[in-house]
Design a protein around this ligand. Structure first.
Ligand code: SF4
Ligand code: SF4
Length: 250
């Protein structure tokens, strides 16, 4: 999602959570982070201060747990005071940064008992946000399409970007899905490295002593995937135009 956000060139007001790390390169997907719960209010204030000049240029991102803690009242304010920004709830189905605690939108209490599950989309509508979308942030094309679409709309929009934290995946599910790069197909364009996945690294021909490609004289190296870190999210494969990233047997 932050990779796609960076491509929109919008100003992204962020919040407190593991996703705050997206301010760093190569994602560079967040421009400010003031304090817990500030993202929506800051984005709303920017949209008001910029007026028509800010149209399509302001986004506020907040995590699911942080939103419940201190984002609901500010989202209500954006509807009440007719903000013109896009607000995103990064819904990873847990409170990841502080140790994977349940929260009111996971459907379980802290004791692990089944309970009522807060519906972010329904809540957004009730608060007065007319345009509410739910996306899978691991679908790059769709995420980009919805971001562009909502940035163009009048008034506040809410996007619920929903994908469970990778730490919630079972070991078996992770092991069944790992990707690798085909060194013969890789042209060394580094596009896959720009998605910021720690499983992907660069092998420089000169530094590693790997044989260079006589047929591709400008190529300096190849991308490689560490199978022990890959969760099989498919994002890098969606970005590689050479179809050099694949799974075993595909
Ligand atoms: S995007 Fe594809 S071709 Fe480019 S470096 Fe990555 S694997 Fe190689
Ligand atoms: S599939 Fe996902 S986790 Fe695996 S290397 Fe690509 S981006 Fe990283």
């Amino acid at each position: 999602m932050f990779y796609a956000l960076n491509k929109t060139k919008a100003f992204v007001s962020g919040d407190i959570g593991c996703y705050t790390l997206s301010y760093m390169k190569p994602l560079s997907g967040m421009d400010s982070c003031i304090c817990m719960g500030a993202s929506i209010g800051i984005a709303h204030g920017m949209s008001k201060a910029l007026g028509p000049k800010g149209k399509g240029k302001v986004v506020g991102v907040i995590g699911d747990s942080t939103f419940i803690h201190s984002g609901i009242t500010t989202l209500l304010n954006t509807a009440y005071n007719r903000s013109d920004a896009v607000f995103i709830i990064a819904d990873n189905r847990t409170t990841a940064m502080t140790g994977m605690q349940e929260h009111p939108a996971t459907g379980f209490t802290l004791q692990g008992e089944k309970t009522k599950e807060l519906d972010f989309a329904a809540l957004g509508k009730v608060l007065g946000i007319d345009s509410v979308e739910v996306i899978d942030p691991l679908n790059f094309k769709d995420t980009t399409r919805v971001l562009k679409q909502e940035l163009q709309k009048e008034g506040p929009s809410l996007i619920i970007s929903r994908a469970p934290c990778v730490l919630l995946m079972s070991k078996k599910a992770v092991q069944a899905k790992q990707f690798f790069t085909d060194p013969d197909k890789c042209i060394g364009c580094k596009v896959c490295l720009s998605c910021g996945c720690p499983a992907i690294s660069w092998r420089d021909f000169e530094k590693t002593g790997m044989p260079a490609r006589p047929e591709r004289k400008k190529q300096k190296g190849i991308a490689v995937i560490d199978a022990t870190l890959c969760t099989g999210c498919t994002l890098c494969a969606q970005l590689c135009r050479q179809e050099a990233i694949m799974r075993e047997g595909e």
